[in-house]
Design a protein around this ligand. Structure first.
Ligand SMILES: Cc1cc2nc3c(=O)[nH]c(=O)nc-3n(C[C@H](O)[C@H](O)[C@H](O)COP(=O)(O)OP(=O)(O)OC[C@H]3O[C@@H](n4cnc5c(N)ncnc54)[C@H](O)[C@@H]3O)c2cc1C
Length: 420
């Protein structure tokens, strides 16, 4: 018996002696991309995992459903089941300036999916590896005791586990309960409106070509935020996000966005928008801390989302790998203190967390009055076009390199002044 098995048996015996009805190594709250991926990896390691979600699967999540195609290589079990969720890959990104006069194009590899299908594959993959689903059950609160943690459910039911993972999205209960974030300030949240419109494939090709050109709009209506159209094989996903401080303009800007798309023939006159939904996404960068004793956060609950595109699927799933590595160690060592959990913090920040700083700077540039000027400069230079459109397409693994962008912009200005 290896060390991990010994610890587990010892723990199980303690639990049984205590007469606990439910006992797990890890209770994962939320079975979206972050929670389901972590549950899968932890269960694969042989840990006893309870994956709790308030919804039953398949379920929808208001989203664009776009992510870098590279994600399918990073998580090969997804590639194997991609025919269940993949609705094409956009090969060209079309970026529109705030005044809509300038259009930049770049090549991208933006995989497109319906979240209902994609999340269901993630959910099933976790269950197949042995994670125990507890769905249709909202977690009400969490408590941390000396020798275990407890997730309170409806009525007097509770789940006991060594560690709790808060993967419960942007309005996370776990984050509130741990005091890691009381509420997102409106400047750190983007309010969105999104709809998936059914469209026949030949219409899609007519309007967006076989490359499934996707469109991204910066600062629609002069308000800080973004709009998008993702053409999938039999639907198009249209959405708009505006930073919380200006979000009262959302319905008006959404209507005018739709009118603009119709005028530009990017949307049919009779498009059914009746299923448009509102949703929030945290775009102000990650929380200062993503763990307390016996608890870690990942995905939207911790603010792991690109401040420029609002994309968070890949980050939530990547954080799952770091969470698994550290939690396996934590359980083996039977040490649930802050010291060892700090390793989780260091590893995800070292991998992708620090890039959010650059992206926040880029967000400031893209939401400034100079954005149209940046587009004007970018129009004259292919390198800038590629850099900007790739970062907006969530295709650049490293996000946007702001320093390189600024240097390149200066170079283009100098080149124009001296005509070399
Ligand atoms: C309009 C919009 C468009 C977006 N477009 C994109 C995009 O194109 N590409 C991209 O990469 N990202 C996009 N995002 C962001 C993306 O949706 C999130 O970053 C991603 O879903 C984060 O995954 P998660 O697992 O952290 O949380 P979620 O996917 O939100 O999953 C959280 C889960 O927790 C469950 N839950 C919540 N509270 C409880 C509770 N108390 N008890 C039990 N269960 C609970 C929920 O039911 C849910 O299943 C978009 C977001 C929005 C709002």
């Amino acid at each position: 018996m290896n060390l991990l098995e010994t610890v587990k048996v010892k723990y199980k015996m303690t639990c049984l002696a205590d007469g606990w009805k439910h006992m797990y190594d890890v209770a994962v709250i939320g079975a979206g991309p972050g929670g389901a991926t972590t549950s899968r990896y932890l269960a694969k390691k042989g840990l006893k995992v309870c994956m709790i979600d308030k919804d039953t699967f398949p379920r929808d999540k208001p989203c664009g459903g776009g992510f870098s195609e590279g994600l399918l290589d990073e998580f090969p079990y997804l590639r194997k089941r991609s025919d269940e969720f993949l609705k094409g890959v956009a090969r060209v990104g079309v970026l529109h300036s705030p005044n809509r006069r300038i259009v930049l194009k770049g090549s991208v590899d933006l995989a497109l999916a319906l979240r209902t299908d994609f999340d269901n594959v993630l959910f099933e993959s976790a269950v197949e590896e042995g994670a125990e689903p507890l769905v249709g059950t909202r977690a009400k609160s969490v408590r941390f005791h000396n020798n275990h943690s407890e997730v309170m459910l409806k009525g007097s039911e509770s789940i006991k586990a060594q560690v709790v993972i808060g993967a419960d999205g942007v309005s996370s209960m776990v984050v509130r309960e741990t005091g890691l974030n009381r509420r997102w300030p409106s400047s750190m949240i983007t309010a969105c409106r999104v709809v998936e419109v059914p469209v026949k494939y030949n219409e899609i090709v007519d309007r967006y070509t076989e490359n499934l050109n996707y469109h991204f709009y910066v600062n629609l209506g002069g308000l800080p935020g973004y709009g998008w159209i993702f053409p999938k094989l039999d639907t198009i996903n249209i959405g708009l996000g505006i930073v919380g401080t200006h979000a009262q303009g959302l319905p008006r800007v959404f209507d005018s966005f739709v009118r603009h798309l119709k005028r530009e023939k990017l949307l049919m006159q009779d498009a059914d928008l009746s299923k448009a939904k509102g949703a929030l996404v945290p775009t102000g960068g990650p929380l200062a801390r993503s763990h307390v004793e016996r608890c870690i956060l990942l995905g939207d609950s911790a603010g792991m989302v690109s401040p420029i595109t609002g994309g968070g699927i890949a980050y939530a799933m990547r954080a799952a790998k770091f969470a698994t590595a550290v939690l396996t160690e934590v359980i083996e060592a039977d040490d649930f203190g802050n010291g060892i959990l700090e390793e989780y913090e260091k590893s995800w920040r070292g991998d992708f967390g620090d890039k959010f700083k650059d992206q926040l700077l880029a967000q400031k540039i893209f939401t400034s009055p100079f954005t149209d000027l940046l587009f004007e400069i970018g129009r004259r230079d292919e390198t800038i076009q590629e850099m900007v459109s790739e970062s907006m397409a969530e295709s650049a693994e490293d996000g946007i390199d702001v320093k390189r962008l600024i240097l390149r912009t200066m170079f283009v200005c100098l080149r124009a002044s001296f005509k070399f």
